[in-house]
Design a binder for this molecule. Structure first.
Ligand code: GAP
Length: 438
């Protein structure tokens, strides 16, 4: 029997217990909306990054970029973030609790103290502002980037003139972004410091609608590849009044989180808004010369943008299962093997079998280059449970018979079925079971 009774509380507890995610600065009381990723969390993030890159590379010519996090005020003036990147905010006059005005009903009492006295709704800019160096004044103002995209736009000329790329092509970037969210919430869903994976696809305007559709198709298929349940994903087109200041058309990839359908990724037709704005503001023409028409034009941009943390949360929520095995309840992460942080575990039945199992573990790591764990502590049942909880697809056990028959037992995480295979066949078995390319 299995169930998917997943709640946010269960995910938060599992992430802490197994070393995926910790509240940042926890020993000092924690920093709201900021998280640290532990050893298994880092491995899962690595799998998210590499599968994303593999997928976007299939679209066409893609180059990589890694821009600075700090940007001068002019960048954010030109991009429209200083005037437009804000959320409506309201305070309770009684208890001083602060809310996003679109998150609560102002006709009702404050959910915190029960009074109904609200301040005016004000716009709150979400960017973190800081000063560079010791001098204070407007010229030293800088901002932590609220999206990675702008660093690509302001480097567009550099990228195109120093690389053998021609329109259409894309620039992919994975990096940190920061937003001073009024109410960070739902664990990794809305946080103040996060990582984005963004692709800016530069093309001619006439080809942009087709490119937009094709990107929507590719991005949708990515979520199948990494194993998210198809019935928990949907594509939703933005109504005109929802569009961001730069967007001509946007489609969100939405996922059904434990707290409802929410945006996982945004796919936006940005027109030539950003390149035009930065050309005007910097005085540097970011247009491209067209050999065919012998004239200069501003490329059009299609953007796909997804937060790693949000996808991390979707993957865990999707994979989380509780079932009963041999009359014992168990929690298991049924992650697609591609995404599993640890691909295989090597478990000697008792301390006596430690040496040959440790050798097999080291050989497999060397041969396949996969992430694996060697675990000799606790009962075998406990060790299986530990691996189930972190989503390890395969566990190998060396037991009393192994010395004689030169075989180990392999246990499948999802079915808990066990079979016996020759030690010399373990590498091939893993390769096939995990569909490794090595
Ligand atoms: N460059 C376009 C852009 O930044 P966005 O819809 O504001 O668009 C894109 O953000 C994606 O970044 C979202 O779909 C989400 O996955 C992620 N994201 C945005 N704000 C976030 C936050 N506060 N916490 C976690 N992820 C966030």
């Amino acid at each position: 029997m299995s169930s998917t009774a997943v709640t946010l509380d269960k995910l938060v507890a599992l992430c802490k217990r197994r070393g995926f995610v910790y509240q940042s600065a926890e020993i000092y009381g924690g920093l709201n909306g900021v998280y640290d990723f532990g050893p298994l969390g880092v491995l899962l993030k690595e799998n998210i990054r590499s599968t994303w890159l593999d997928s976007v590379n299939k679209f066409g010519e893609i180059v990589l970029f890694d821009g600075a996090i700090l940007g001068p005020e002019e960048v954010w003036q030109a991009s429209g973030h200083i005037s437009n990147f804000s959320d409506p905010m309201v305070d309770c006059m009684q208890c001083k609790h602060r809310y996003r005005a679109d998150d609560i009903d102002l006709n009702k009492a404050c959910p915190h103290c029960g009074n109904k006295q609200w301040t005016e709704v004000r716009q709150f800019n979400l960017m973190f502002k800081t000063q560079l160096g010791a001098a204070s004044g407007a010229s030293s103002d800088a901002y932590l980037r609220p999206e990675t995209a702008q660093s690509i736009f302001i480097n567009f000329k550099n990228i195109i003139s120093t690389n053998r790329v021609k329109i259409p092509f894309g620039v992919a970037q994975i990096g940190k972004a920061f937003r001073n969210e009024i109410t960070p919430k739902q664990f990794l869903f809305r946080v103040r410091e996060f990582e984005q994976m963004e692709i800016e696809w530069f093309c001619k305007d006439a080809e942009s609608l087709k490119a937009f559709e094709d990107w929507c198709t590719l991005r949708r298929s990515y979520y199948d590849t990494i194993g998210l349940s198809a019935d928990k994903i949907r594509m939703r087109q933005h109504a005109k009044d929802e569009l961001s200041h730069y967007s001509r058309q946007t489609t969100d990839v939405e996922y059904e989180f434990p707290f409802g359908w929410k945006e996982l990724e945004g796919i936006a037709h940005r027109g030539n808004y950003d390149l035009t704005q930065h050309s005007k503001s910097s005085g540097k023409d970011l247009g491209v010369f067209d050999e065919e028409t012998k004239s200069t034009y501003m490329p059009t941009v299609v953007e796909c943008s997804v937060g790693i943390g949000r996808l991390f949360l979707a993957l865990l929520a999707d994979a989380y299962c509780e079932d009963v095995v041999e009359n014992e309840p168990r929690t298991v992460l049924k992650l697609n093997p591609l995404m599993a942080p640890i691909k295989a575990a090597f478990l000697p039945l008792t301390k006596k079998q430690q040496e040959p199992m440790e050798k097999l573990y080291r050989d497999i790591k060397k041969t396949l280059g996969i992430t694996a764990q060697f675990d000799e502590s606790g009962s075998i049942g406990k060790r299986y449970r530990r691996q189930d909880e972190i989503g390890t697809p395969l566990c190998f056990t060396y037991d009393y018979d192994s010395e004689n028959d030169h075989c180990v037992t392999v246990r499948n995480r999802d079915t808990t079925q066990q079979e016996r295979i020759n030690i010399d066949a373990v590498a091939e078995y893993i390769r096939k079971a995990l569909r490794l390319r090595t």
